[in-house]
Design a protein around this ligand. Structure first.
Ligand code: HEC
Ligand code: HEC
Length: 431
């Protein structure tokens, strides 16, 4: 510290010292000492110049760097602002082109609003049928034990699912699949994770008869409902007379399910022109979803699913949790490990996710896709009923190279596809 002080003061002092020397009153030895001091002062001066130079360079570099960062930020902000303008223009033809795999192109339709629900000709909509269907959906008397209703696993207070990896059913037996929500079920092609039911009408009797679910029988269930006096006027209003049949039960429940539909989401409002509704992260998430992250190759249309069956490496062959998926329906070896592409509408509130409920956060799902959905080597093949089978993961999946920020942005975007839960009042059960 003292040295530095000395050198900083040097110009004046050195002048003083030379004057002092010239006075001739100082001895040789002392002059030597002084010269040594001056020399080292000179060296120190060098060191200081270097420090100063270094300091200036750092300052300069830092300046350059900050202006580059600022430029980058400015570019990014204007890029997002431009995306915001296009995506909220109300006209999807103005959107940036989606990055689609060739394989995905034939089944692509742009994301957007949910269309109107179509009711089949042989089971048209009526308010009365919906009311009857809703009542039956909440009625545990359809089950063998009179204890389990459809609503036990598809609970409106839990986004029409049960928020469990696997559902508990009759005698608290654990099932093997994750209960899907029935929200927007009208837009599916076929039902269940591997599409084993072709229509909602056909689907209804399956849980009733499933030993692990409602452990009943559709004929017996219909017989029980027929004996309940309070149901007579409901059937009469819905179908013209009070006859109870298993077909009518199925038709009424299916009609009710088709009305369980999402209200417009933040996404719907944003693309309709509410340009300030989205945060910058949500705008970027939407753009990544349609481009770099490639989600749109499978999760597309207003329903956010192309309703096809795809293998994303989740079948866990040769393990306790092995699920052959679509193969169980078609027996086509190409279909091993394929599951129906689920809708992403409301997905943020229907976890845990996947056919086996194995995923508990959305970010871990996005990270899985980011890594190209690696399948452990030992889970790629299996012997089933003596037939060797192999899992062929979709060619569409690949390493995505998303940054943590991009993963976060996609997750933020997925959140905008969900709507606020709505209170559903369970119907009074007839007696
Ligand atoms: C014990 C729990 C449980 C009960 C009770 C139950 N479900 Fe389910 N539900 C599930 C599970 C689990 C799945 C997925 C099963 C699969 O893919 O194999 C499912 C799937 C569905 C689907 C298919 C949705 C889609 O997107 O493909 C519909 C529709 C459905 N259930 C309606 C009903 C109806 C109607 C009832 C009453 C008659 C009912 N469920 C009773 C657990 C249950
Ligand atoms: C090759 C087609 C394909 C692509 C591409 C794809 N998915 Fe999926 N996605 C699926 C299938 C099939 C499932 C169901 C798999 C299962 O249940 O085992 C699924 C499941 C999901 C689920 C769980 C939904 C639920 O209800 O359980 C989420 C969330 C999801 N995908 C998000 C994404 C995101 C985000 C991307 C882009 C990073 C993406 N997907 C890309 C086919 C695809």
């Amino acid at each position: 510290m003292a040295g530095i002080f000395f050198i900083v003061q040097l110009p004046q002092k050195s002048k003083g010292i030379s004057g002092f020397l010239s006075s001739g009153r100082i001895k040789q030895k002392e002059i030597g000492k002084l010269l040594f001091l001056l020399k080292s002062a000179g060296k120190m001066k060098n060191v200081i110049s270097w420090i100063l130079l270094l300091f200036l360079s750092i300052l300069l570099l830092n300046n350059c760097f900050t202006s580059k960062v600022q430029k980058n930020i400015a570019q990014k902000t204007s890029f997002i602002a431009r995306l915001r303008e296009l995506y909220s223009s109300g006209d999807s033809s103005k959107w940036p082109v989606p990055l689609l795999d060739n394989e995905a192109e034939p089944y692509f339709s742009e994301i957007g609003h949910l269309p109107e629900v179509q009711f089949p000709e042989d089971n048209p909509y009526s308010v009365e049928k919906v009311f009857l269907g809703k009542t039956l959906f909440f009625d545990p008397r359809l089950s063998g034990s009179d204890q389990i209703a459809c609503a036990s696993c598809h609970d409106p207070e839990l986004s029409w699912t049960d928020h469990r990896a696997l559902s508990y059913g009759h005698d608290r037996q654990l099932g093997t699949r994750n209960a899907m929500t029935i929200l927007n079920v009208a837009y599916t092609g076929s039902l269940f994770w591997e599409g084993r039911a072709k229509s909602l009408e056909e689907q209804t009797q399956m849980p009733i008869q499933d030993k692990k679910e409602m452990n009943g029988h559709i004929e017996i269930a219909a017989g029980k409902i027929a004996k309940i006096k309070g149901y007579e006027p409901l059937f009469e209003r819905a179908f013209g007379n009070k006859t109870v049949t298993k077909e009518r039960i199925a038709q009424a429940i299916a009609t009710f399910e088709r009305t369980v539909k999402s209200a417009p989401s933040k996404f719907d409002e944003f693309i309709d022109g509410k340009r300030d509704l989205y945060t910058d992260d949500e705008v970027m998430g939407l753009h990544l979803f349609r481009t770099k992250a490639n989600c749109i190759s499978c999760h597309n249309s207003g329903y956010f699913s192309n309703n096809r069956f795809e293998n994303i490496g989740t079948s866990l062959l040769s393990s306790k949790e092995e699920d052959l998926g679509r193969y169980l329906v078609t027996k086509n070896p190409e279909d091993v490990g394929k599951f129906r592409v689920p809708s992403l509408r409301e997905a943020a509130r229907t976890g845990p996710w996947m056919h086996n409920g194995s995923m508990v956060t959305l970010s871990e799902i996005i990270q899985l896709y980011n890594k190209g959905n690696p399948e452990p080597y030992q889970n790629k093949s299996a012997i089933y009923n003596g037939i060797p089978l192999a899992s062929h993961k979709s060619e569409i999946l690949r390493l995505l190279d998303l940054t943590d920020e991009e993963v976060f942005q996609i997750e933020a975007f997925l959140g905008t596809l969900s709507t606020r839960p709505r209170r559903i009042i369970p119907p009074d059960l007839p007696h």
